[in-house]
Structure formats: structure tokens, C-alpha cells
Design a binder for this molecule. Structure first.
Ligand code: AMP
Ligand code: MG
Length: 536
């Protein structure tokens, strides 16, 4: 593709280390194929007829050094729709493989993601720009390389929301409608439909996945594997020093640690990724590839939003730590051929359960407002609460938010009914609470109040601390769907309103309470709210 010059965006400084330092696919034609012995293929985005900017992230634009004037320019929408390249961009798709639903799937790769290049911003931070939905690549297999508006709205809003929730994640710069119609059979049941096409510009220090290493290990391409590992250590883990067998193990240990942090954060905010295949796991421990993800509404550890996974529920909320560990084991297997002694890899992996458990205990202690997790008392309080919550439909987000309002002083003289009353909003069917449930709840609450009494923290301070880890606003599935419905009618106001709302997920934000409400009945069985598929 021709580079159009000059454009206002030309001040962006690119430093394309991935394409500069790693083996390239020698084939220049863009057709679907197996790509051996290469980490990427150069490929241009497909031209789109009528790009229109739906929304952009102000923070991400500022981080990249793109001014609001530039965002408003025609250049911006053309560049981030894939119609124009700016100087320094060198577009490419990555080669990776992966285990899908537990089975090795061979080559997958960026089938509809095209990396534009790596920016180094004014502060020296490195950001890869990537268009998702910008047309076919050599890795598109049988699919079209495109993305529809509904899934693009979901990715754009959720990745920014996760960032503001304090969950490690890839980011999003822009959401553009392309003017193309894209055909999707949403539930793979013989009902294809035209939907508006869209492109999200995702941004991350790196988009390298576990699967990038796995593909070369599986093909026995040890020289390519070594180059990719060395590149990753130098670029993504520079603090580890020069690549050696020891630094490979250290990097692996760091991936294990970061993945545990990410998983604990998912559990803390009630996020279910939905497709934790090894190609959807970031080497930096970032949440990546927002597809059929969802937020727990009623707390149910067995829930997954992904209908494609309805049978085995492999990727259900409560199973995410085990799956992450399994995925990490697969990553360890990919590094193993580079090491003479694999025992240190196993040791590093063994640290996962401990990191996860300790992280979750700390997170739960914070969610409950304790100064720290005290095993003697808190283990049982935790277990009993997590067994109590799924007994009846209890909104996880509302429950923890309401819990912050409890006052320690209620401890001794309160009636049973007074203990439940402050929490009543958290229940989907408060009128159906049985006496047995109430008794269990009262017992738990009295123990909780007694435990709060053991800490010195005054109510007000505790409330503030709890409200800093228990969000008031998450991207509830039904709220996202409202924004999608509007956007499909050409009205982008709600997408932008939610983007703004979710910049401050822990704040009350008077006037916005409707977005913090329990799932309304209309959304219970509606596609997109309680059911999603991989079709996007
Ligand atoms: P996912 O389940 O979305 O993570 O995707 C798994 C693989 O399928 C990745 O290699 C994707 O790039 C590829 N893929 C998903 N959707 C499309 C599409 N519409 N066109 C081409 N490739 C796709
Ligand atoms: Mg993926």
C-alpha cells in the first residue's frame, strides 16, 4: 500500500522491533496458507468504503501522543480504518498456534488482526497498534478477516473498562464503522444475517501470546523459537537482562506470576473471559481477545456466557484459575526444548496455585473490608460466603457494594431482619428467600460483624477501602447490549456515555444508577446478554 504523505499523524515515532528482529514469511502475496519458519507475514489492511469514527479513548490517544485535533481529522479515521498508512508503519499478521478447548489446533495466527507498527511515546513507552477486523491475512483459514459492530463495541468498551478497574488488559484507541456489511450466523444455526462491519484499533506493549511460542515448538523450529524467546526477553522483559537459559526460566516465572495476578483480578470483579484458549493468553499477563466474555450478574461459579462452550463449560467463572494453570503448563512445554533442565520450569509453574490462592485471599479480604486476611477466621468466612451466594440469585457486584454500608455497631442488638434489609437490593427474587436461607445468612452476617469488630478501622475508612475494590459499575452484559442496539441504528451516544461512565467504575456517579442495576427480565434469555457465541 502507498504511504500517503504528509498527514498530521506523521509525528508518531515508530520503532518496529518485531518485524525488524524476527524471521519473516518470504511470501508477499496475501492468500491463506501454512506459514512455516516465520513469526509473521507482511500484509496490508483491506480498503473500506465509508469509515466513520464511533468512539475513541481520550487517554489512549494522549498516551500515544495523538491530539484531539488529530483524532477529529479525516486522517485519523482513514488510518484507523486501515485505508491509509502513515510513515513508519509496516503492517503484518503474526503466526501463532494454540490449544482450543483443550485440543491442539495447529496454526491459527492473526486471522483478522493486522499490526500497524510499534510506537515509542514521548515517555519511552512502547505500544503496538493493531487493527482488529481489517480484512483477511494468510492466517484467516476459512473466515473473512472481518469483525462486526456488536463484537467491536464489546471489545472497545470492555478493554477500556478493565483498565480503569485496575485489571491488566490490552487497550483500545478507536472504534470505526467501515461501511461494509458483514454476514454472520450468530449461533451457527443456519440464520446468517448482514451486520455492520467495524474495526477496533487495539493497543498493547505486545500482542505475543502463549501460542506464538507453541507453534514453533510444535513444528520443531527451534531456531525460530529461540529467536522469538530472545526477542521477547529483550523487548517485553528487559529487566531480566540478556537472554540465557536462566532468563528463560525467570521470564516464565514472571508470566506465571502475572497470569495469577490477572486471574485474581478477573475473579475480584466477576469477569468471565469465555475463551481461554492458549492463543488467547498474553505473554504479558494481560486480558486479551474480548469475544464471548461476560460479567457475573448473579454469583454462579458455573456460569459461562459462551454458548459454544455450553456442553463442558470448560471456561466457566470458577474454573478460570485451573485453566490458566493448564495453559501455563502448555507454555512451559513450549519453552522446554530450549532448556537442558526443565525442573526449574516445573518449579515456577508450581508457584501458580500459591500465587493464585494468596492473591484471592487478599482480594477477598479487601472485598470484605478486613485489614488483612487472617487464615484462622477468614478462611471459613470466605468459604461459607462463597457457598451462600449461589444459594439464591444474588448480584455479585451489588452484594459487595452494599456490604460496605454495614455498620460495625449493629453487631449486638440488631434483629435478624435488620441484618438482611441493607442487602435486599442484591437479590433477584427477594420475595422468594426461604427461612432456611435467611437463617444461614443471619449466621454468616453475625460472624462477619464480629470479625469486623476485631479490626480497628473505622466504618468510614473501611467503606472507602471496600469501594475501591468492589466496583459500582461494570460493563453489564445487558448494558453493553443497549449500546450495541443504539449503535446499530447509527446512534453512538450510549457507547460514548458508557466509555465515560466506565472511566470511574468505583465512583457513585449520581444520575447513572440505572447502569448499575440488576439484569432486567428482558435480558435474561436475550442473545448478547446472557448468551454469546464465538461468532463475532
Ligand atoms: P478467537 O476464538 O476469536 O480467538 O479466534 C481463533 C482464531 O480464529 C484466531 O486465529 C483468529 O484470528 C481467527 N479468527 C476469528 N475470527 C476470524 C475471522 N472473522 N476471520 C479470520 N480469522 C478469524
Ligand atoms: Mg483469539
Amino acid at each position: 500500500m502507498q504511504v500517503d504523505a504528509p498527514t498530521q499523524l506523521n509525528t508518531l515515532r515508530f520503532d518496529n522491533r518485531f518485524v525488524g528482529g524476527l524471521p519473516a514469511d518470504p511470501e508477499g502475496e496475501n492468500y491463506r496458507r501454512q506459514v512455516p519458519k516465520a513469526c509473521f507475514s507482511r500484509v496490508d489492511p483491506t480498503q473500506v468504503p465509508a469509515p466513520r469514527l464511533v468512539a475513541h479513548s481520550h487517554e489512549m490517544a494522549a498516551e500515544l501522543g495523538i491530539s484531539e485535533t488529530e483524532v477529529a481529522s479525516d486522517d485519523f479515521v482513514q488510518v484507523f480504518a486501515g485505508n491509509r498508512l502513515i510513515e513508519g508503519m509496516d503492517p503484518f499478521a503474526m503466526c501463532y498456534g494454540g490449544h482450543q478447548f483443550g485440543n491442539w489446533a495447529g496454526q491459527l495466527g492473526d486471522g483478522r488482526a493486522i499490526n500497524l507498527g510499534e510506537i515509542v511515546n514521548a515517555e519511552g513507552r512502547r505500544w503496538m497498534l493493531q487493527l482488529k477486523g481489517a480484512g483477511p491475512t494468510p492466517y484467516s483459514r476459512t473466515a473473512d478477516g472481518l469483525a462486526v459492530l456488536r463484537s467491536s463495541v464489546r471489545e472497545f468498551l470492555c478493554s477500556e473498562a478493565m483498565h480503569h478497574l485496575g485489571v491488566p488488559t490490552t487497550r483500545a484507541l478507536s472504534l470505526v464503522m467501515t461501511g461494509n456489511a458483514v454476514v454472520r450466523d450468530m449461533f451457527y444455526d443456519g440464520h446468517p444475517k448482514e451486520e455492520p462491519g467495524a474495526i477496533v484499533c487495539r493497543v498493547s506493549p505486545s500482542f505475543t501470546r502463549f501460542g506464538n511460542f507453541q507453534i514453533h515448538a510444535s513444528r520443531g523450529e527451534l531456531d525460530v523459537l529461540r529467536k522469538l524467546v530472545d526477542h521477547t526477553i529483550r523487548t517485553d522483559f528487559p529487566e531480566l537482562g540478556n537472554p540465557t537459559p536462566d532468563t528463560i526460566v525467570e521470564m516464565y516465572g514472571e508470566v506465571v506470576r502475572r497470569t495469577a495476578v490477572m486471574i485474581v483480578d478477573w475473579m475480584r470483579v466477576g469477569f468471565v473471559h469465555g475463551v481461554m484458549n492458549t492463543d488467547n493468553m498474553s505473554i504479558l499477563g494481560l486480558t486479551i481477545d474480548y469475544g464471548p466474555y461476560g460479567w457475573l450478574e448473579d454469583y454462579n461459579p458455573d456460569w459461562t456466557p459462551n454458548t459454544t462452550d455450553a456442553g463442558g463449560r470448560r471456561y466457566r467463572y470458577g474454573h478460570q484459575p485451573q485453566i490458566a494453570q493448564w495453559n501455563l503448563m502448555m507454555l512451559g512445554n513450549a519453552f522446554a526444548p530450549l532448556l537442558e533442565d526443565v525442573a526449574p520450569l516445573q518449579q515456577a509453574l508450581d508457584g501458580f496455585s500459591k500465587s493464585c490462592e494468596e492473591g484471592w485471599n487478599t482480594a477477598l479480604a479487601r472485598k470484605l473490608g478486613f485489614e488483612s486476611f487472617r487464615r484462622a477466621t477468614d478462611e471459613e468466612l470466605k468459604t461459607d460466603l462463597l457457598a451462600l451466594l449461589p444459594q439464591v440469585e444474588t448480584d455479585m457486584t451489588i452484594f459487595f457494594r452494599k456490604l460496605a454500608n454495614i455498620e460495625k455497631a449493629t453487631a449486638n442488638d440488631a434483629d435478624d431482619a435488620d441484618l438482611l434489609a441493607p442487602m435486599i437490593d442484591a437479590y433477584y427474587q427477594p420475595e422468594n428467600l426461604t427461612d432456611e436461607y435467611r437463617t444461614r445468612f443471619h449466621q454468616w452476617m453475625r460472624r462477619y460483624l464480629a470479625r469486623l469488630g476485631e479490626d480497628e478501622t473505622p466504618d468510614k475508612v473501611r467503606r472507602e477501602r471496600m469501594n475501591a475494590v468492589n466496583p459500582r459499575y461494570v460493563l453489564r452484559n445487558w448494558v453493553a447490549q443497549l449500546a450495541i442496539d443504539k449503535a446499530e441504528e447509527g446512534d453512538f451516544a450510549l457507547v460514548n456515555e458508557l466509555l465515560e461512565l466506565l472511566r470511574h467504575p468505583y465512583d457513585e456517579q449520581p444520575g447513572k444508577e440505572e447502569y448499575a442495576q440488576k439484569r432486567p427480565e428482558w435480558a435474561r434469555h436475550r442473545a448478547g446478554c446472557s448468551m454469546l457465541s464465538c461468532s463475532s
